[in-house]
Write a protein that binds this ligand. Sequence first.
Ligand code: UDP
Ligand code: MG
Length: 316
Amino acid sequence: MDISIVVPLYNEAESLPELQAWIERVMRDNGFSYEVIYVNDGSTDGSWEVIRSLAAANPAVKGVAFRRNYGKSPALNTGFRKAQGDVVITMDADLQDSPDEIPELYRMITEEGYDLVSGWKQKRYDPLSKTIPTKLFNATARRVSGIRNLHDFNCGLKAYRKSVVKHIEVYGDMHRYIPYLAKNAGFDKIGEKVVKHQARKFGKTKFGLDRFVNGYLDLGTLWFTGKFGAKPMHLFGLLGSLMFFIGLVAVMVVGFGKLWAMHHGDHYTLVTNSPYFYIALTMMVLGTQLFLAGFVGELVVRNSPRRNEYEIREEI
Ligand code: UDP
Ligand code: MG
């Protein structure tokens, strides 16, 4: 099978028939063998009945329904587990992404050798309250992930080589960072294609402004787990040592300062009168705490079944 199209959806009943017809048209015109996997993320608006009738009309349509709304990431992950095509395409169900982009995305994966190609909604049809923070968000994601050539991490329209989706796990709200997940899994040929974007025709957006807060927190998590997931002590130990060292210097300043003054018969006061005393106190306590966090982290890692998770690309 050439292509699997994975469509996560939550209350998008009105858009589905039009989307399916459009996909079918593109697939037929290009002669692809394909499947469309609709993952119904707990819709309450009759989306599932629509998928049922689409599946009855076309055997290439497959559907999975969650018992309740879990989020876009679990929906994508479910589609990824089921996908059988050589190239896997993800797209939103709301008709904002155009199926006309699929043939070119497919070509970039199969002929140009990309592992992942992300869409770039260069010209967006979304409110300003969304487009401006998005620019900032993408700039941060580029820096943190080291994927310098992506402008639009969270574009719903993406294409993957099959092995990519089988080797990454999208959980929580990590769908915003799939290129970063892929990079952490060793797939580094990541490309981008400018794609057409349209205003939402039916229904409304499922994500509010909290997306930016959560997005930044998740970016921190990915940075941490990617770099230190298997060796937390390397981060906490470094920070702890640094703090402890600052504390030690401060202790010496207060301690030796007082001894010196006593020895030379100068005026001296209680060590608690010195600001260095408080610096020493805080820094040493914090340093010890960080060390403990590091040790606890190492204990957690030691017991994790994924402590030695790596992928072998090939063997001779
Ligand atoms: N979606 C989902 N589960 C959710 C929220 C959204 O499957 O909990 C789907 C939604 O139906 C759509 C896609 O994810 O197909 C993108 O959502 P939306 O269009 O609301 O996001 P936006 O375009 O505003 O970023
Ligand atoms: Mg949308």
